[in-house]
Every structure is written in C-alpha cells, then in structure tokens.
Design a protein around this ligand. Structure first.
Ligand code: AGP
Length: 617
C-alpha cells in the first residue's frame, strides 16, 4: 500500500504535497518522490528512504516552485526500494508523469509489447510500464490524456489508484481507481483541487471531498467542476461531493480508533492482495516464481525447517501442519533464537523457510545466515520488500499485507499463512500427493476466504460484549487441536502482549497433563471447536472444563448446536476446509484481545516493553 497525493490550484504546490506525504507515511515509507511543474518545466526529485530524505533531496536538487504537482510515498511491491524505482515515474517523451498505488499483474506482458515498439525502461516497476502504456495510447491521432488513461486502464489487470499529469496540458490532472482508494479535495469555486489516498493531506484546506469508486476516473481542471466517468464505457457520473466529518488522526487510522483494529479489518484486502496473480482458480494454477524456479530442489528436499519468532513462528507452525498434510514433506518449526545457538544438524538436502513481517528480526536473520553457511537453501516470506531478511534469502515470496503499524501482528499472520498454503498446494500438485478434486476444492475455498473473513469481522460487536465480561481476568487458557493448535498459541500471544493478562495456548488434549489443575470459575478458556477439527474430542475437552466450573468461550462453525449447549459464549465462523480454518478462527481471537486491551486502558498500538521489530538480540 502506498500513499499518493497531488495539488493543482493557486497556491504553491510543494508545501501541500510534502506535508501531505508526511501524513500518508503510515501507508508506506521505503521511498518517496515529488514532481513539480513550473513555467513549462517538470522538476522531479525521488529517493529511497522516508519523506524527510526527500525534503533534503528537493532542497539540493530542484526548485520547489509551481502550482501543480504530485507526490508519492512507497511501500514496494515490484522492484526493491531505491531511487530509480521510487515514484513519480515519467514516460518516454518526458511529458507524462504518474504516481500509483496498487499492483498491475500483467505488467510484464505489456512491457514486452511496449519494448517491441521502442520503449525503454529504467526501473523494475509496474508503474513505469503503465505511464508508457498511457503514452502509447495518447500517441494515437486525436487521443487526449483522459481517453489515453481510459484506454490503458482497460488493458491492465490488477489494482490501482493513479494520478497522471501531462506537461503539455498543465492545468489538469487525471485520476482513476480500482481496488486502491483515492480522494479528491474540492476547493472553493473550483479554484484548486487536492488528490490523495485519503483526506489527511487536505483536510485543513477543504472539507469537500469526492471519493472515487472502483472503475471510476476523474479529470480535475481548474475553474471547472470535476468530471467523473466510468472507465469501462466513458459514461458520465454525478460527482458525489461529501462533507468530511473526520479529524486528521481519525483519517490516518481509516476511521478506526487504533491501527491494530484497522489492520484487523484490512485482512480481506490483505489476503486478496497476497494471492492476487498467484491463485488462478479457473485454470487450477498456483504461480509463485520463487518456488517455481526451485521446484526440483523442493521436490528433492528431505526436510523443511521453518525459522521465525513470535507470531511468524505461529504461522510457521500452521505451515507445518499444512505442508505435511498436503505435500507429505517433513517439516520442523524452530524458534530462530534457539536454532541459531544450538548447533543444528543441517545439510544441503534441507530447505529453510524464514518467516518475518518486518524482515529485520535479528534472531531470524542470524538463523538464516547459519543455515546458509551449512549449505541449506533459504526461502523467505517477508512483508517488507528489500528488507535485510528479504535480501539474505536465496529466494522467497512477499506477503502483500501493506505496512503493519500496530505492534501486535494481525494481517501479517493471515497473509503469511496464505503464502504457506499456496506453497503447500503447489508442491502437493507437483508431487501428486493430493487428488485433483481435493486440490481444486482447496483452491476454490482459498479464493472464498476474504469474503468469509469479512463475515467473521461482523462478529465485532458480539466479541466486544464478551470482552467486557472477561476484561478483568488474571489468566486465560487457549485450546485448539490440529491446524488450530497454533491459532491457540497465537490467540494467547495477542492477549498477553497488548492487555498484559497472562495467557497460555495448549493442544486441547494436553489439559489432562497438568493445565486442567488451573481450571476454576475465574479461568476463562477460549476453545477453537470447528466442525471438522477433531470435533468430538474437543467437545469432550470442553465438558471436562465445564465440570470444573471453567468459563468457556468457543469459536465454532456456524450452525453448531452441541457446543452451543455447553459453552458460556460461542462465536460462529463460516465453514471452510479445516486446513484453511486458521485464516478464520484467528480473527475473533484478534478482536477479543483488542477489545479487552482497550477496556483495560492499554496502549494497544504500542504496548509496554515491545517494539514492532526486534532488531537486537
Ligand atoms: C507479534 O504480535 C509480535 N509483534 C512479535 O511476536 C512478532 O511477531 C515477532 O517479533 C516477529 O517479528 P517479525 O515477523 O517481524 O520477524
């Protein structure tokens, strides 16, 4: 997820754009850039690093004058963070300038076609391809910028929010969206306009905003009403000008009270973006280039070793169950901090999967270096393009969760599991350890997960009510079996790290081996009891707890009747394949920990003693 912004009007554009980028940095901060147009000249400055680095570059390199410009703060998806890959991108002629938030899936085929027409490229980005495709469309007789943008967007597959400027027509900007947000701030008497990923860059200048809908574009021209059109058929749409009610802080959090809650609710989009272009259900194909290019090595691997920390370790544990169930490859999951010091037995027949949201966790980085020094091949699953861990691995696959600001990891967890599931299904297909029917069912069910997560998020108020009952608990137990045992561990981690209540996760069957001694009326027990997950056994565990006056909060498959009779509270989730259920069962546990922490007055986004990335031992 990136932040885009732009201005056209009677004020100096630069101060508005650079301050706007600072407010959008929560959307991405690995590189930034700005284009300013002044008296016939386009001035461009862009750099790896934060917006503060861009300010220095502007001071050193370009005049910061002019009344129109665009800016961008990047969260890399294609092309590592560096100056060249930063936005804005300029077309071959130097006339067109674009900033883009999103992913163009078919950019490579378009790039090859443009190359055959003499276009050259300087960056690795999909965005540079898009601006040159627009140029190619505009090179046709009588085609104006708006039409060229429309023609180009009707050829691309993917998600975008773009702002396009044409040096030859400097009194207008063209914007468009599909899947990524874009807001247009409308100035008094149409004398000025603001463009941004959300309203935070222009909230103090105007409260009048137009939020484009998917597959809509707009031509923004000084002195004239905004013209909104459907990209597909060019039909005009009445612009819906809204009066903004939110304040600046609320806008940055998307209207949510905390980044953590925003990120919990972003999971349908984050999971979709993670399998976008990789999960082709109709063709029954999974495309992961890092895996595809090393398929023989994976098929010959004697063992997969997962190294990670915290929530990423829990995702790896889900991966163990999924890899062994589908692909029949032995998997061991190691805490990176232990692995790096215990002199592990590793050979070149081993594959190490390193999982890290930040890509900067010191223990995980050290474990990777150790594994590689002993001949292992390392596949990384990271959320930050170009991070230290991403650069240390032999290859890998990125989760496209977008920046995760809340210290408690949520969308990173579900997107990591999504990548692991894609890998396991692809390997199962290659090894023939899964029937075609079973394979197709899981592809289809995986594609339905984002909508099912949306359904689970509707339990928000119900979970909040449960949280109000148990917010003063001193201890909690989380129980799960099979694929949901790691989810029990993750739920316990969420609660303890943001509400400071002691919580432990266990395999449900482990109760008899000690933990059941803890059960009494003051001990809430959260149990994951999905209909296909050793259900009868879990019901027995619940009955054992109830007979000792334990309080039961159960996550069940919708339509459940048995557990509903026994438990004190149930939270229903849609049915899915059991191996995919962690993507759903974890959501109520995230919400429960969030609301308990809020009710206890804890600093949810920045809990005490914790950092978002543990870059030291
Ligand atoms: C999880 O909520 C914590 N923030 C923490 O356990 C985290 O998962 C762990 O530090 C690993 O971080 P990484 O994924 O960035 O490597």
């Amino acid at each position: 997820m990136c932040g885009i912004t732009g201005y056209i009007g009677y004020r100096e554009a630069y101060p508005i754009i650079i301050n706007g980028l600072k407010r959008l940095e929560y959307r991405g901060y690995d590189s930034a850039g700005v284009m300013l147009y002044d008296d016939g000249d386009v001035h461009l400055a862009k750099t790896k690093g934060k917006v503060s680095s861009l300010e220095e570059k502007v001071e050193q390199e370009i005049p910061n004058t002019g009344f129109v410009g665009v800016g961008h703060t990047r969260w890399a998806t294609h092309g590592v963070p560096n100056d060249v890959n930063s936005h804005p991108h300029i077309s071959k002629s130097g006339n067109l300038v674009i900033v883009h938030n999103g992913i163009i899936e078919n950019y490579d085929s378009i790039k090859q076609e443009l190359k055959s027409r003499g276009y050259t490229f300087h960056s690795d980005t999909d965005t540079e391809v898009l601006v040159n495709l627009i140029e190619e469309m505009k090179s046709q007789e009588g085609v104006k910028l708006g039409q060229a943008v429309q023609m180009a967007l009707n050829q691309v597959i993917g998600a975008y929010a773009i702002a396009v400027f044409d040096k030859t027509k400097p009194n207008e900007l063209v914007v468009a969206r599909l899947g990524s947000p874009i807001a247009i701030g409308v100035g008094k008497d149409h004398e000025e306009f603001f463009i941004a990923s959300d309203a935070s860059p222009f909230i103090e200048f105007t409260k009048d905003a137009i939020y484009l809908e998917d597959e809509e574009m707009a031509i923004v021209k000084i002195g004239r009403e905004v013209r909104v059109r459907k990209i597909k058929d060019d039909s005009l749409i009445d612009p819906n000008i809204q009066k903004l009610q939110l304040n600046l802080e609320q806008i940055e959090k998307g209207g949510y009270d905390h980044f953590m809650l925003k990120e919990i609710h972003e999971q349908p989009r984050a999971i979709t973006d993670t399998f976008r272009g990789r999960l082709l259900v109709n063709e029954a194909i999974i495309k992961l280039s890092g895996l595809e290019n090393n398929m023989k090595r994976f098929l010959n691997a004697e063992r997969i070793i997962v190294v990670a920390c915290g929530t990423s370790w829990h995702a790896g544990l889900v991966g163990e169950y999924i890899f062994e169930e589908f692909a029949r490859i032995p998997v061991e999951v190691e805490y990176a901090s232990e692995f790096r010091y215990r002199n592990p037995v590793i050979s070149d027949k081993d594959i190490v999967i390193a999982i890290s949201q930040s890509g900067e966790t010191a223990d995980t980085l050290a474990a990777i270096k150790l594994a590689r020094s002993k001949g292992a091949f390392v596949f990384g699953i990271c959320n930050v393009v170009g991070s230290s861990i991403a650069r240390e691995n032999d290859t890998g696959a990125y989760t496209h969760a977008g920046p995760e600001i809340g210290v408690a990891s949520t969308k990173a967890f579900t997107t990591q599991i999504t990548v692991l599931t894609l890998m396991a299904l692809r390997l199962a297909r290659a090894k023939g350890t899964m029937t075609s029917e079973d394979y197709r069912v899981h592809l289809r069910q995986l594609e339905l997960i984002p909508d099912k997560v949306t359904e689970v998020l509707k339990t928000d108020e119900h979970v909040r009510n449960i949280a109000s009952i148990y917010k003063d608990a001193s201890n909690c137990l989380y129980l799960g079996r099979g694929f949901n045992f790691p989810v029990a561990l993750e739920g316990a981690l969420k609660l303890k790290e943001i509400s400071y209540i002691h919580a432990e996760g266990y395999p449900a069957a482990e109760m008899k081996h000690g933990p059941i001694a803890l059960i009494d009326k003051d001990m809430p027990v959260i149990v994951i009891a999905t209909s296909k997950g050793h259900y009868e056994k879990v019901v027995s565990n619940i009955q054992e707890i109830k007979s000792r006056n334990g309080q039961i909060i159960a996550v069940v498959t919708e339509g459940d009747v048995t557990v509903k009779e026994i438990a004190d509270h149930v939270i229903e989730i849609p049915e899915t394949e059991e191996a995919l259920s962690p993507l759903l069962t974890t959501i109520p546990l995230q919400l429960l920990s969030y609301y308990i922490a809020v009710m206890r007055g804890c600093n949810v986004d920045q809990p005490r003693n914790l950092a978002k990335s543990v870059t030291v031992e």
